[in-house]
Design a protein around this ligand. Structure first.
Ligand SMILES: NC(=O)c1ccc[n+]([C@@H]2O[C@H](COP(=O)([O-])OP(=O)(O)OC[C@H]3O[C@@H](n4cnc5c(N)ncnc54)[C@H](O)[C@@H]3O)[C@@H](O)[C@H]2O)c1
Length: 262
């Protein structure tokens, strides 16, 4: 809702003032901040959009009490993403406070939202127009996530669910490349599952491939891929062949067929 309204504000009379009042967890921790607005096309996510910063963001965590569970967990996926990518101690905090988060204890939610807001604003202030690569780090897990969403025609897969699976795939890839240890991957899968988020893809890589290839993050023969690293910020890489991403995706998908995650 915020992305579409924000896009209208960015284009109406070449731009009018915008105040974002996010009422979903996803919007409070992520989409209301940083000024990216837009709409999806059948051909891909966010293909029409603009950068349009809100004058103000008003986020009240009490709104989250009425959110449907399926929508609430979409925000948890984005919170896990920013923690894994930018602030590993926040990941530990989320593990410790899992129960309070799921119970929607207001103080716990307030801290979660505030910490995610600070992280997102830190990154977007550094690189508002996504030019230096800093902001691209926020796309952690999104190549596969967007692929799943698009392959399902934006009906089967919600944004956060797709990102959750995307996080597992890039974390597995990072393990293979020696950037992340297996223990972190196991923790990530456990945290996502604890939040009721999916961790396994449901369809073959070929279904995602046309969408991934069209993705604007795909540059000069290789996807611009963000990989998590143990104990430090994630890193933007342009040297991971698409075939390797597909191979790891299929490896993760096969975990479901043998009945265990990792
Ligand atoms: N712009 C960005 O930087 C950015 C970042 C991440 C995600 N996104 C986009 O955000 C979108 C998802 O946003 P969203 O999760 O806020 O979805 P949304 O705006 O579609 O809302 C989801 C549903 O929740 C309902 N709802 C909202 N607040 C409620 C409340 N307090 N109580 C009960 N129901 C409530 C809405 O009516 C709607 O049915 C995706 O399209 C994703 O691509 C954008």
């Amino acid at each position: 809702m915020g992305d579409a309204a924000g896009y209208a504000a960015a284009t109406w009379m070449r731009g009018i003032d915008l105040v974002q009042c996010p009422t979903t967890l996803l919007a409070q921790v992520d989409s209301s901040l940083g000024g990216k607005v837009g709409v999806d096309l059948p051909e891909g996510k966010n293909l029409v959009g603009a950068f349009h910063l809100p004058r103000m963001v008003v986020a009240d965590v009490e709104c989250l009490l009425t959110q449907a569970w399926g929508d609430f967990r979409q925000g948890l996926a984005e919170a896990v993403k920013v923690a894994l990518g930018e602030d590993p101690p926040l990941l530990g905090w989320m593990e410790e406070h899992r129960e309070g988060i799921l119970r929607r204890d207001l103080q716990t939610l307030e801290e979660l939202v505030a910490r995610c807001v600070a992280l997102k604003l830190g990154v977007t202030e550094e690189d508002f127009r996504e030019r230096t690569g800093a902001r691209a780090r926020l796309n952690l897990g999104h190549t596969v996530g967007h692929g799943l969403e698009a392959a399902s025609g934006y009906r089967g897969w919600s944004h956060g669910d797709g990102v959750a699976v995307g996080l597992v795939v890039v974390a597995r890839l990072a393990c293979r490349r020696g950037l992340l240890d297996e223990g972190m991957l196991t923790r990530l899968v456990a945290l996502l599952e604890g939040f009721g988020l999916p961790t396994l893809p449901d369809r073959p890589w070929e279904d995602l491939l046309p969408h991934v290839e069209r993705d604007k993050k795909f540059v000069a023969g290789a996807p611009r891929l963000v990989l998590p690293r143990g104990g430090q910020r994630c890193v933007l890489r342009e040297d991971v062949p698409l075939e390797e991403l597909g191979e790891v995706y299929e490896e993760v998908r096969a975990w479901g067929r043998v009945g265990s995650s990792c």
